[in-house]
Design a protein around this ligand. Structure first.
Ligand code: PLP
Length: 407
């Protein structure tokens, strides 16, 4: 590809030739490993977690992969958060501190338990919760902190754990996007009291849906096991229920697929990392395009998303949505606007109103840096990062071409 000449072409949104016409790597990835394990489940007749061994084997392997002692699989990451919070003692009227720049499940999990999410602003360099701002949000009702490892980059867990210890709070890591990620040489998930992961369709390892809670804590693990299995007791009778739980059991189909996905992840992680490092260099040269930074204490980034800050003033004041449309037309469909910050979410406002009254909505503390990220940040998806050098070059070329046309 000749980047110099492509840059001066007419934009594809204006009827010109697109920068690229070949697709980026497809997602999900599966091969005979998934096929063999799925057929094994089919022919075994053991399709549920309590009869087969795929889910329990996966839970143990994934927990070990994250450097945690235990794991309990559940149907999705939302249920993992809800169960993790409940196991940590969060209940009606409690407060849970988290970030506004995240997926709705991070906060809805607390609301489902009758607890109030309290939003704290982000560090604009990384998009993760700013631990410096947590202490000011602590009240006598605060029970837990839920840091989110946004895009696969661990949040500042040193800072979070220090505040948690000072105030006697529990920490549930929302590691939905952080399979294999490391903070200062330690895999995330069990650095706090517990951590949750998602295996939903877009995630770097997936069974279409899926989730897990990992922890090093024996009692917490037993409680999660009971909660996910309708309050049963390990080694107890079938109809012995000591607490009220849920049926949050994963199917063996999902367990089988995830065993294969976990085998593949270590092969894919360096590919995504190399692509991200290339983009860090190439995109830094485009005025108005600023990749978010990686904290130096992050020793392994899961690279679920490659987030970029877009400065419209360097693109002839074309709004972000127009830039995304232009990128799609150039043959780069793997780019989108990210979250609407949760402090702005009508669903969160309604739930707060219904549970805690109108003052709780009016009293949401502003998170201006998360709002700014909500307006400026773009995401490139993880499957694009599985592409080769030429694929990454074409992303930079498309951006340069758009800039040249709009400047
Ligand atoms: C940060 C974050 N938290 C929670 C979830 C919820 O996971 P799930 O979609 O598996 O319920 C997701 C994924 O969608 C997520 O990205």
């Amino acid at each position: 590809m000749d980047r110099q000449s492509v840059r001066t072409d007419r934009l594809a949104v204006d009827g010109g030739q697109p920068t690229r016409t070949t697709p980026f790597p497809a997602w999900p990835v599966a091969d005979e490993r998934e096929e063999r394990l799925l057929l094994e489940v089919l022919h075994s007749g053991k399709w549920g977690e309590l009869s087969g061994d795929k889910v329990t084997t996966f839970a143990a392997r994934f927990a070990a992969f994250q450097g945690a002692k235990y794991g309990v699989c559940v149907p999705n990451g939302t249920m993992a958060l809800e169960m993790g919070l409940r196991a940590l003692g969060v209940g009606p009227g409690d407060e849970v501190i988290t970030t506004s720049y995240t997926f709705i499940a991070t906060a809805s999990a607390a609301l489902s338990l009758g607890a109030k999410p309290v939003f704290v602003d982000i560090d604009p360099r990384t998009g993760n919760i700013d631990p410096e701002k947590i202490a000011a949000a602590v009240t006598p009702r605060t029970k837990a902190i839920v840091p989110v490892h946004f895009g696969g980059q661990p949040a500042d867990l040193d800072g979070v754990v220090v505040v948690a210890q000072r105030h006697g709070l529990r920490v549930l890591e929302d590691a939905a996007q952080a399979w294999g990620a490391e903070w200062q040489g330690r895999r995330v998930g069990a650095i706090g009291n517990a951590g949750t992961f998602s295996f939903q369709m877009s995630k770097n390892m997936t069974a279409g849906e899926g989730g897990i809670v990992v922890t090093d804590d024996d009692a917490l693990n037993d409680l999660c096991w009971s909660l996910h299995n309708v309050g049963r007791v390990r080694e107890g009778a079938w109809y012995q229920h000591e607490i009220l739980g849920w049926n949050f059991r994963m199917t063996e189909w999902a367990g089988a697929v995830l065993l294969a996905q976990l085998e593949r992840l270590p092969e894919q992680m360096p590919v995504r990392e190399a692509s991200a490092q290339y983009l860090d260099g190439a995109l830094a040269e485009i005025p108005g395009i600023s990749p978010l930074e990686t904290d130096r204490r992050v020793t392994r980034h899961a690279r679920h998303l490659y987030p970029i800050r877009y400065d419209a003033t360097r693109f002839g004041n074309h709004p972000r949505a127009a830039f995304i449309a232009a990128m799609h037309a150039e043959g780069v469909p793997c780019i989108s606007a990210g979250y609407v910050p949760l402090t702005q979410s009508p669903a969160i406002h309604r739930a707060l109103h219904d549970l805690f009254g109108p003052d709780s909505v009016a009293g949401i503390a502003p998170c201006p840096l998360a709002d700014e990220a909500g307006e400026q940040v773009l995401w490139i998806y993880q499957n694009a990062l599985l592409g080769d050098r030429e694929d990454m070059e074409s992303i930079a070329t498309a951006m340069e071409k758009i800039q040249a046309a709009w400047r």
